[in-house]
Design a binder for this molecule. Sequence first.
Ligand code: UDX
Length: 452
Amino acid sequence: MKATPTVFNRQVSKKIAVVGLGYVGLAAAVSFAEYGHCVSCMDIDTEKIECLKKCSSPFYEPGLADLLRSNTSRLSYTSDIKDACINAEIIFLAVQTPELPDGSADLTYLYEAATNIRAVLKKTCILVVKSTVPVGTCDQLASLFDDDIEVVSNPEFLAQGRAVYDMLHPARIVIGTVNEPTRTCLHELYSPFGAPIVWMDRRTAELTKYACNDFLALKLSYINEIANLCERFETNIELVTEAMGLDSRIGHHFLKAGIGYGGSCFSKDTKALYRMANDYGYELRTVHSAIEVNEYQKKLLIHKIKKYYANLCGKRIAVLGLAFKPETDDLREAASIACLPFLMDAGATAVVYDPKCAENVQRLFPSVFIEKSSEDALIDADIALIFTEWREICNITPEVFIQRMRHPIILDGRNCYDIETMRNHKLIYDSVGRPVTGCLKINEKAEKKENE
Ligand code: UDX
């Protein structure tokens, strides 16, 4: 996947500040720099700033390190909001808006950043909110500023693991402003990206972001339920979705059944929109169901493991993949994180492998055993649980499972393997929405070994 734009359409350079350097903020910063703008990057996390000053990426995101290096002359880093914003024509706010216990979005970081910006701004400026925020937040922010600061909503639709690519090649750009000069300035900034720009008011832009994420979450929960049904009917979800997706009204995207959605966005944004609707006296029943289905789905492998072992005490469990999806080291809302405590509480030994998440998981669960490869994690395992479809995990051959494991029972939460290939080998292969292969014979063998 090539992140860099193929057509370089350099234009008059703008002075931009980006406040909040997570996936969204940093991807935006390097992309604007790539288009020739000077970008001052600000974050309160001084470790992150030191890391960036050394031209190194503070988290794993494909393409990011390359663009940080190739744009050093246009990128600067600081923890000082005044330094970052004092000369900026456009300030992007990309701070996190995490979930509060009641499901609503925590706007503390956003208001803190906005208040600090207000204290240092001396000139006319556009303040663009990229963070996902409840409807009406930008209007409230606008009331904090004088008329010479125009507040705009410009939600971001990039996905982790392809954040830089998505930022450089967006499907559409949504901009919430009704102010003409602001519109002209942002049109100049974004037109080289070559995507349709949908102009609207701030509140509509804020809602559009939730509507998109929640629709995708809904689509996933729906297909995961159909997959659960396929297991009961002994039919194959992949054939069902192949046929469904060919209907252009449905499409193939977000139809891959599995152990539910994870990541920082879907979980938080479904709950936030549900909560927001409730505040306006409306019960958003579809979104509520999507949330409930996903909670069940994230624990699917735990529900299934009971088919194979009534008692997990002393069992060695290989856990392959931890990240909420491939190409990221992010564990937020990952199914693996929902399941690991159950395994440990049940007295099992969890031996985990993930190409990028080792450090992050060790911080969360100091007692898990981390191996350097899938092959090592599989040694003497009584069962293997697959949580992430990393390419190297998808490349494991049936022979490796058979040779390494004590009992070759594989619970695949991401449908990594061809079912016919697995059927031809002496192992139990239990995936999502597809018939179980090799079940009885091997299971009997496993039980027999168990009793010896
Ligand atoms: C998502 C949106 O895609 C993005 O537009 C928004 O800006 C932020 O939230 P992200 O959370 O990075 O991006 O990941 P995404 O690729 O959407 O996947 C979310 C979860 O759904 C992952 O756990 C993934 O494994 C799962 N998923 C996705 C499926 O289970 N099946 C699919 O077909 C697609």
